[in-house]
Design a binder for this molecule. Structure first.
Ligand SMILES: NC(=O)c1ccc[n+]([C@@H]2O[C@H](COP(=O)([O-])OP(=O)(O)OC[C@H]3O[C@@H](n4cnc5c(N)ncnc54)[C@H](O)[C@@H]3O)[C@@H](O)[C@H]2O)c1
Length: 220
């Protein structure tokens, strides 16, 4: 059994992660940390092998430091923070860190196809759509997609109620466009990726590892 604690357990993603961990035979939910539940991170680290963090951009690095100091492996889904700082924390740590801007398999495939398409068409722009309460813009997924693509790729951010997390990558060439669209209808879309990372983080041979694609296609 892998003992899993969740930081941000009262949040939209945190609640979904808690339910997914409870539904997995090989995982046990050992703690729910969240100021909204009056449970501090320090109170859940002793009983955890892995901490999953879905909190806020201004909280995640302090949480990571605490988990690393306690020797707990980390899976981070929070977006919009300084990855360079996390890298230096992780490189000095005895526990492992895995971070992904998007845990949905369809989103990882969208990024892969967009990267390939950008090598063959003349230009591209990204439109990302999220719920109105999302704190960061552009999204971590959009920034990562643009990084993987060739050329300058402008990003447009839409924030509206009624949306979970969608993205269009629109590529243009002579007399043609190609749109690669990823749509989520529910936060359970992220759970297979989160559980895969929870199961694998303890055995990583380098740290940090960034991106679900590194677990899905480890040979590349
Ligand atoms: N990587 C992915 O696939 C993916 C998918 C969806 C959302 N996200 C990201 O996950 C993060 C959370 O999103 P959300 O919609 O669940 O937000 P949310 O606001 O619903 O939940 C965040 C929770 O974190 C709690 N929190 C704040 N500071 C904390 C701390 N120091 N320790 C513990 N808990 C703390 C808050 O009280 C809140 O309950 C965001 O950064 C979002 O962009 C990532």
């Amino acid at each position: 059994m892998i003992r899993v604690a969740v930081a941000g357990a009262a949040g939209r993603m945190g609640q979904t992660v808690c339910a997914a961990v409870e539904g997995a035979d090989d995982l046990s939910l050992s703690g729910r940390a969240d100021p909204a539940l009056n449970v501090a991170l320090a109170d859940v680290l002793d009983d955890a092998d892995v901490l999953v963090d879905f909190t806020q951009p201004d909280q995640v690095l302090a949480n990571a430091r605490e988990a690393i100091d306690a020797g707990v492996h980390l899976v981070i889904g929070t977006t919009g923070f300084d990855l360079a700082e996390l890298r230096s924390l992780a490189e000095a740590a005895s526990s492992n860190v895995f971070v992904a801007p998007n845990f949905a398999i369809g989103a990882v495939l969208m990024m892969r196809f967009a990267a390939e398409a950008s090598r063959h068409l003349d230009g591209a722009e990204i439109i990302e759509y999220h719920h109105a309460a999302k704190l960061d813009a552009p999204s971590g997924t959009a920034k990562r997609t643009a990084e993987l693509m060739e050329g300058e790729v402008p990003i447009h951010s839409v924030r509206l109620p009624g949306i979970v997390a969608d993205q269009d990558v629109i590529l243009g060439g002579a007399a043609q466009t190609l749109t690669i669209r990823h749509v989520t209808t529910d936060r359970t879309s992220f759970m297979p990726g989160v559980l895969l990372a929870v199961r694998r983080v303890g055995a990583l041979t380098e740290s940090p590892v960034v991106g679900l694609e590194r677990l899905l296609w480890p040979e590349e």
